[in-house]
Every structure is written in structure tokens, then in C-alpha cells.
Design a protein around this ligand. Structure first.
Ligand code: FE2
Ligand code: FE2
Length: 163
């Protein structure tokens, strides 16, 4: 069961990825509930679905760690950041995705460097899914800004400064 050959760097990336994916579950679940509190039923439903997808990512990492002979060890959840509007939430999610995309990019490069072929494929799959996820958030934002900004009472949506 125990495989002494697993690269320590790969293990480190798996642990950090698990922490981020579980943080993503917390983030999307909170944003879904927040949207529901604001009376935005459809966005709430979509965000809840995204929380589900992030949970599925966490589950894949857990499976991977167990298959390698290690107990999953996510250690730190990132606090949820909230905003005043759906647009705020989507920008926060967009930034979160950027962070996890960067982690998977580093993880896949590291795996390639140490010749861990299967690990590279594993991280690459997640990397591509998160890239697609981030892109879908961007499209959603564009939709909202095209359709909503003109009618919203406030145009001064505080787009967070990191963008
Ligand atoms: Fe994810
Ligand atoms: Fe994601």
C-alpha cells in the first residue's frame, strides 16, 4: 500500500490542492446562499452546482492521495470573501480560480520535472477544468455587465482592486 517512491513535492501539491478545493466548496456554497438571500434564485442554483463540482475535485484528490498510500491532509481553509452584489461575488470567484489555476500549473510543471508522468496528467486535468471554470465565470460576468449595468442603480460596483 505505502509507496515510498511518491515525490515529496507532488505530495505537497496534493495537500495544497486539497486545501484550495475544500476552500472552493466553502466559497461557492457561501456565495450560493448569499445569492439566495438576495432573492437571486437562478444564480444561487448555478453557484450551488459549482460548489458541487469543487467537491468532486476535492474527492478526486482524496482518492489520489489514498491510492498513493497517504492520508489526506488539507490543513487550512481560506476565509470566504463576500461582496455587495452578484458581480462582486463573481469577481472574487474569478480571483480564487486564478489562484488554484496557478497552483495546478506549478504542480504539473513540477511533476514533469521529476518525471512523475501520472501525477502530471492528474494535475493537468484539474488545471484544464479550472481554466474552463474561470472562463465560464468571465462569460457570466460579461453577460451581467452587458445586461445589467445600465439598469442597476449603482454603476460603482466595486470591482476588487486585483483586477
Ligand atoms: Fe476545483
Ligand atoms: Fe473551480
Amino acid at each position: 500500500m505505502f509507496t515510498a517512491r511518491t515525490d515529496q513535492g507532488v505530495l505537497g501539491y496534493l495537500g495544497r490542492a486539497l486545501s484550495l478545493e475544500l476552500s472552493a466548496v466553502q466559497l461557492y456554497s457561501s456565495h450560493a446562499r448569499l445569492a439566495a438571500l438576495w432573492g437571486l434564485a437562478e444564480p444561487a442554483k448555478r453557484l450551488k452546482q459549482e460548489a458541487q463540482e469543487e467537491l468532486e475535485h476535492a474527492d478526486r484528490i482524496i482518492e489520489r492521495m489514498l491510492a498513493l498510500g497517504f492520508a489526506p491532509n488539507a490543513s487550512q481553509l481560506l476565509p470566504v470573501r463576500v461582496g455587495q452584489s452578484l458581480t462582486d461575488l463573481l469577481w472574487l470567484e474569478h480571483a480564487f480560480e486564478a489562484e488554484i489555476i496557478q497552483l495546478y500549473d506549478q504542480a504539473r510543471r513540477h511533476s514533469a520535472r521529476v518525471g512523475a508522468h501520472d501525477d502530471r496528467l492528474f494535475f493537468e486535468g484539474l488545471w484544464q477544468e479550472e481554466l474552463a471554470h474561470q472562463q465560464s465565470l468571465l462569460e457570466w460576468l460579461e453577460q451581467l455587465q452587458g445586461g445589467q449595468l445600465a439598469t442597476q442603480e449603482s454603476n460603482s460596483l466595486n470591482r476588487p482592486h486585483w483586477r
